[in-house]
Design a protein around this ligand. Sequence first.
Ligand SMILES: [Zn+2]
Length: 97
Amino acid sequence: MADYHVIARNQEECASDANYVHVTAIETRNGPLDDEVWTAAEVCQAIAHGDLFYVQSRDILQKASLRCVVCPGCSQVRTLESGSMLAALDIHKLPPI
Ligand SMILES: [Zn+2]
């Protein structure tokens, strides 16, 4: 089991409902020269095996863990949520990969 700091994401609009987006990939900072890109499916699998992926805010010293969820807009695609209402911890507001 491992903890991963998520620093960037790629996402696309949900084709069924424009209020939702699908996170398609994330990038984690594992070390100064060791960034890694994961697909959403790889992250869901890692979470299921006990790994932790988190978004961190430098300003408020808080973390939010990623959850693997089925998109409420189309009920078909598995996407990632950080489960926080705070913009600083919102995975959708991270920079693109
Ligand atoms: Zn969707």
